[in-house]
Design a protein. Structure first.
Length: 343
């Protein structure tokens, strides 16, 4: 995290863990407000890679699962970078500012993915750098999010994944009541104070919970190479384009779409466990005789107790069986409807 920005947040009573804001003094109240009010979150749990150079677009187009040619200063996009076997190495939020492309991903994956992507540069006129400490990303969510944003920015996008640029920041609409602000550490301080007048400052777990409830998976080190994009619903949220050219794993992903039968999908669930489920934790059903039936992708504390999670699950198990966390005797999952249509 940028040192000056961290010092500013500390002055706003932020409590930190692993370079991310855990809470601003009352984690439970912040989570309750995330569910029913409007919250303002620092998003330093994510890092940002900058891809610059005259061949930046074609470079990313040849590597990512989405149609990067559709990204513009007015349009952001979700995407993924996969292995040759079609397994997800990282998920991204991609946007463009000027001629440069920015890739938002978990901070824990920023350095490994910078190194991995750099292996493909070869003679391409492309430079990949870590811009995590050069930018500040803020999350604004809730019923008043759009109104508050319009008081601080000259323009606010109306459609999902739309992006607008003002003199002091870029604004990306992630959903009906969710916006991401991209700015500099110097400009972020004034924006934080302005937005904080109408939104409660909340820790990163609140934003992680909102991502989960939105059905947006975030691949972390523990879940790398476990899923093909369709298993994690990337085809349902615009992160896969089946008409573009080749990219690593494209043949596997296309075969699954057109010739294969998908046996696993990602679902939203709630579990009354005694401790927060971890990415990569396994799910079991009594019917599977010790074999696991699913894997936790992301989990976060839920308002009112327990935990909400995204999990990739055997479709047959989701339909016909009760799934349990950690063992066949573990806490039972209660499945919840996803916020977008799923087959």
């Amino acid at each position: 995290m940028n040192q000056a920005w961290q010092e500013f947040l500390a002055g706003q009573h932020a409590q930190f863990q692993d370079s991310a804001v855990r809470h601003f003094g009352d984690a439970a109240a912040e989570l309750e407000t995330a569910a029913g009010g409007t919250v303002l979150c620092d998003l330093s749990q994510f890092g940002v890679l900058k891809v610059s150079g005259e061949e930046a677009q074609s470079f990313l187009q040849n590597l990512f699962s989405s149609d990067v040619k559709a990204v513009s200063p007015a349009r952001a996009q979700l995407s993924s970078f996969n292995t040759a076997k079609g397994r997800i190495l990282s998920t991204f939020l991609v946007w463009q500012t000027g001629a440069d492309y920015y890739l938002q991903l978990p901070r824990s994956l920023a350095a490994p993915m910078q190194k991995k992507l750099s292996m493909y540069v070869l003679r391409a006129k492309v430079k990949i750098s870590d811009a995590s400490d050069e930018l500040v990303c803020l999350g604004l969510a809730g019923g008043s999010a759009t109104t508050l944003a319009k008081e601080s920015f000259a323009a606010v996008p109306e459609e999902a994944m739309g992006m607008t640029a003002s003199a002091n920041a870029g604004v990306i609409r992630l959903g009906e009541n969710r916006l991401q602000v991209v700015t500099t550490p110097e400009q972020a301080k004034a924006l934080w104070k302005s937005l904080n007048c109408g939104a409660l400052a909340a820790g990163s777990p609140c934003w992680d919970w909102l991502n989960i409830r939105s059905g947006i998976p975030v691949i972390l080190p523990a879940t790398q190479e476990l899923f093909v994009p369709q298993m994690a619903n990337l085809d349902l949220i615009g992160a896969v384009n089946f008409k573009k050219g080749c990219y690593p794993g494209q043949e596997i992903v296309a075969r699954m779409q057109y010739l294969g039968k998908l046996k696993q999908r990602m679902y939203l669930a709630h579990v009354a466990a005694s401790a927060v489920p971890q990415p990569g934790d396994l799910l079991y059903s009594a019917e599977m005789e010790g074999q696991h039936s699913g894997t936790v992708v992301n989990a976060a504390a839920a308002p009112g107790g327990g935990y909400d999670l995204l999990a990739v699950v055997q479709i047959s198990s989701h339909q016909d069986q009760t799934l349990h966390l950690g063992s066949p005797q573990g806490a039972a999952l209660e499945f919840l409807p996803l916020p977008y249509p799923a087959p």
